[in-house]
Write a protein that binds this ligand. Structure first.
Ligand code: SAM
Ligand code: SF4
Length: 331
């Protein structure tokens, strides 16, 4: 079935990110403060509610779901949720984004539940810097989680890094080396104004072009065209000229890709957002809990997508930062 989620700019939305919790065991400086306030348990969608809404989205043409958070693996029973999502007719691709620490114990169960694709966030390979970035001293556990995921057979394993000037800008090439050695696909994500602490600014921001330049100087790269299956890829990808590996740059700030966007988002408290930077959201959970029929919820989703704006305005003078930070939206 063709997707019903088409906006006024003819963008077809087939990709849904579902945040299953806003809680996290890290406190990454670009995401949340140490004293972050979390939602009450009863505000957060139950697994039944998540599966119910995911079915409605699949009926509307969503084909890919990424489970995220906060840190999704702090919630109990994620393998069961993955297994239930995998059984929804129409959903072809389920993936998970995690800070990696929960993979030590859960990678096997997630794999057995049908999950094959994961993204693990790792910004630095240096213990002191890792502690500065995440405010936790657990780098070795993230690395152990990555190894366990590989041992279980996850493929691809993508590593997400948000480089910050003054924190980890001198590690861009080290991370590329690490990814090459371990056959991980490395994705650098430009720092976006979605941090709860309001530290985003030009002094900490590193543009994608600079990242590519640094890596290319050591490991020559060639661009991979964003066509075919990669048409909606948010990452601009490059192949290492000397081996089959690749890296990607998600340059949301310096080179926005809003005109190709096919993503929508569901927050852990059941609010539907058509953009990371939306200033409005649609409360699907409230309607679900009030007993609204699926058709009514589907109409709300379709209408919200129709009203989606052309793109974020990060670089415009009238940009307004959304109230929710990244962990409360779902990255
Ligand atoms: N806790 C999981 C993790 O860290 O992978 C999943 C949720 S996290 C919000 C998802 C992704 O968003 C991570 O790769 C993280 O690095 C990224 N992220 C968080 N805040 C960001 C920001 N202000 N700008 C760019 N990326 C950000
Ligand atoms: Fe937690 Fe992920 Fe945010 Fe870091 S980026 S604080 S791991 S939700």
């Amino acid at each position: 079935m063709e997707s019903c989620l088409i906006d006024n700019f003819n963008r077809v939305h087939t990709n849904l990110r579902i945040s299953i919790t806003d809680q996290c065991n890290f406190r990454c400086v670009y995401c949340m403060p140490e004293d972050m306030e979390f939602m009450e348990d009863e505000e957060v969608m139950t697994f039944d509610e998540i599966v119910h809404l995911a079915r409605i989205f699949a009926d509307l043409g969503v084909r890919k779901v990424r489970v995220t958070g906060g840190e999704p693996l702090v919630r109990r029973g994620v393998p069961e949720l993955i297994s239930r999502l995998s059984q929804i007719e129409g959903l072809k691709d389920i993936s998970l984004t995690t800070n990696g620490i929960g993979l030590i114990k859960q990678a096997g169960a997630l794999y057995d539940a049908g999950l094959r694709r994961i993204n693990v966030s790792l910004d630095t390979l240096n213990e002191a810097k890792f502690e500065r970035m995440t405010r936790r001293k657990v780098l070795s556990k993230v690395l152990e989680g990555l190894r366990e995921a590989k041992r279980c057979g996850f493929d691809p394993i993508k590593v997400n890094a948000v480089p910050l000037r003054g924190f980890s800008d001198d590690e861009i090439v080290d991370l590329a080396s690490f990814a090459r050695e371990n056959s991980y696909q490395l994705r650098f994500i430009e720092f976006m104004p979605l941090d709860a602490d309001d530290i985003w600014g030009k002094d900490m921001f590193i543009p994608g072009e600079e990242i590519v330049g640094k890596i290319n100087a050591v490991f020559p790269l060639e661009p991979i065209p964003n066509d075919g299956d990669r048409k909606h890829d948010t990452a601009k990808c490059y192949r290492f000229r000397d081996n089959g590996g690749e890296i990607g740059i998600i340059a949301s700030v310096s080179e926005p890709f809003c005109d190709q966007c096919n993503r929508v988002r569901l927050t852990s408290d059941g609010k539907f957002r058509t953009c990371l930077f939306s200033l409005t959201e649609t409360d699907l959970l409230m309607h679900l809990r009030a007993g609204a029929p699926d058709g009514v919820i589907a109409d709300l989703i379709v209408d919200a997508v129709k009203a989606k704006g052309p793109g974020h305005k990060i670089n415009a003078a009238d940009f307004i930062k959304p109230e929710r930070n990244m962990s409360r939206i779902g990255g």
